[in-house]
Design a protein around this ligand. Structure first.
Ligand code: CTP
Length: 398
C-alpha cells in the first residue's frame, strides 16, 4: 500500500526520464507523499517544474542551490519509506555500486535508511555489458530491489532489454515493497472473471463479469506475501506481476484447475462468475440461420464452489464464495453459504449501477457461518480486496 507513505523518486539522465512524470502522478494519486530529486543530466531531459507541479513539492537537483534544505541530502533518504530510482542509467548504477557521492541524489542514496527500488533503463549493450551486470549484482546483494528492464524497440533504435518498465508496474512493485507481509507462507487460490461456454466456432454464452474484483484480490494477496494462483476466465485485464496465472475459458476447465489446487491451498476465493449452464452440444461448424426461431438446449455445469465445499475438512482451507444477487441479498447469500459449506460469503447486489459487475467500486455484505452479517460501505475494489483478506486472516486464527 502506498497510501500515506513517503516516497522519494530519483530521476537520472536518460530519455526515459519523461516516464518518471507519469510514475509521480500515479503515486500521488495513490495517496503517497512524493519528493523528486534529479541529477544535473536529468534536468536536460525534463524540466524540474514538471515534477514540482505533479508532486506539489520543490524538486532538488543542485546540492548547493541556496533554496536546497541544508542537509536535505541526508534527511530526505532517512525520512522516506522508499526511494525509487527511475530511470536508473548505467552511470548512476555504477556510482551506487561504488558508493560515489558527488551530487545531491548519489549522496542521498548513500545516506538513506529506506528501501531502494532501482529501475534500469539504457541501451541494450550498455545493459548487457559485464560491468553493468556486475554493478547490478553488487547493489542487489546489498539489498536494493532491481527491476528487470522491459524489452522492445529502444529510443536509440536498437531492440532488446533496456526499456524502463511501465510506470504502473513500477508503482505496483513499490506498493508490494511497502506492504506488510502478513500472508507470508500462505497459498491463496483465486478464481476470477466469467466463463465462456461455446455454442459453435464463433459464438459463446458468457456474462458481464470483468474480473476486476478477483484480480484486485490476487494483487493484494501477492503484495501481502502470499503465493497466489489466479485461475481466470477471459477478461481484458493484465495478469498481476509475480503470480502463478492459469487462463481458462469454460466452467469445466475452471473446475479442473480449481480442484487440482484444493490439496495445497490455505485459502480459496471464488470470485469468478461461473456460467450455470452450457450448450448441450458445441456445433463443429458455424450454425446457419433459417426461417424459424432457434432453440438452444442448455445443460447444467458443475457447481465448482459446492464441490470444493464438499472436499473441505474442518482443518482444511478457508473457502470464500461470492453471491451475485438482484433481490433478497442476505437470505439468498446465506443459503449459498450453507449449501456450499463456505466459511464466508461476499454478497453483491448486482442491480446497483455504482457497484458489482464491471464497476470500479463494490458495496458488499459479508456473511459468516455463525450467522453474523457485516455491511461494508461502497469502496474501490482494491480497498475491498484488503478488507476481505483482513477478515480471512481473522477466520484462519479462530
Ligand atoms: N459458482 C461455482 N460454480 C458454478 C456456479 C457458481 O463455483 N457453476 C460459485 C461462484 O464462483 C460464486 C458462488 O458460486 O462464488 C455463487 O455464485 P452465484 O452465481 O451467485 O450463484 P449460483 O450458486 O450460481 O446460484 P444462482 O445463479 O441460482 O443465484
Amino acid at each position: 500500500m502506498i497510501k500515506d507513505k513517503k516516497i522519494v523518486i530519483g530521476v537520472t539522465g536518460g530519455i526515459a526520464a519523461y516516464k518518471a512524470a507519469e510514475l509521480v502522478r500515479i503515486l500521488v494519486k495513490g495517496g503517497a507523499s512524493v519528493r523528486v530529486a534529479m541529477t544535473s543530466n536529468a534536468v536536460k531531459f525534463v524540466a524540474p517544474l514538471t515534477f514540482e507541479t505533479l508532486s506539489g513539492n520543490r524538486v532538488v537537483w543542485d546540492m548547493f542551490d541556496p533554496f536546497t534544505e541544508p542537509i536535505g541530502h541526508i534527511t530526505w533518504g532517512q525520512e522516506a519509506d522508499l526511494l525509487i530510482i527511475a530511470p536508473a542509467t548505467s552511470n548512476f548504477i555504477a556510482k551506487m555500486a561504488h558508493g560515489t557521492a558527488d551530487d545531491f541524489l548519489t549522496s542521498m542514496v548513500l545516506a538513506s535508511t529506506a528501501k531502494i527500488l532501482v529501475c534500469p533503463a539504457m541501451n541494450t549493450q550498455m545493459y548487457k555489458n559485464a560491468a553493468t551486470q556486475e554493478n547490478i549484482r553488487l547493489i542487489s546483494g546489498r539489498g536494493c530491489f532491481v527491476m528487470k528492464p522491459g524489452e522492445g524497440e529502444l529510443a536509440c533504435h536498437t531492440e532488446g532489454p533496456g526499456r524502463l518498465p511501465e510506470p504502473e508496474e513500477i508503482a505496483e512493485l513499490a506498493g508490494n515493497l511497502l506492504t506488510e507481509k502478513d500472508l507470508d507462507g500462505l497459498k491463496v487460490v483465486v478464481t476470477a472473471g466469467p466463463t465462456q461456454e461455446p455454442v459453435d466456432p464463433v459464438r459463446y454464452i458468457t456474462n458481464r463479469s470483468s474480473g476486476k474484483m478477483g484480480y484486485a484480490i490476487a494483487r493484494a494477496a501477492t503484495a501481502r506475501g502470499a503465493a497466489v494462483k489466479l485461475i481466470s476466465g477471459p477478461v481484458a485485464l493484465k495478469p498481476p506481476a509475480g503470480i502463478d496465472f492459469h487462463q481458462v475459458k469454460t466452467a469445466e476447465e475452471m473446475r479442473k484447475a480449481a480442484l487440482a489446487e484444493a490439496g495445497q491451498a490455505d485459502v480459496i476465493i471464488k470470485a469468478a462468475a461461473v456460467s450455470d449452464y452450457r450448450p448441450g452440444e458445441t456445433a463443429l461448424q458455424k450454425i446457419k440461420k433459417d426461417e424459424g426461431s432457434f432453440t438452444l438446449n442448455m445443460i447444467k455445469n458443475p457447481d465448482i464452489l459446492a464441490e470444493l465445499g464438499a472436499l473441505k475438512k474442518n482443518d482444511g482451507f478457508i473457502l470464500v464464495g461470492f453471491a451475485a444477487e438482484t433481490e433478497s441479498l442476505t437470505a439468498n447469500a446465506e443459503e449459498k453459504l450453507r449449501k456450499k459449506n463456505l466459511d464466508m460469503i461476499v454478497a453483491n447486489d448486482v442491480s446497483r449501477e455504482d457497484s458489482g459487475f464491471d464497476a470500479e467500486n463494490n458495496k458488499v455484505q459479508i456473511i459468516y457461518r455463525d450467522g453474523k452479517v457485516e455491511d461494508l460501505p461502497l469502496m474501490p475494489k482494491e480497498s475491498l480486496a484488503d478488507q476481505l483478506l483482513d477478515r480471512i486472516m481473522v477466520l484462519r486464527k479462530k
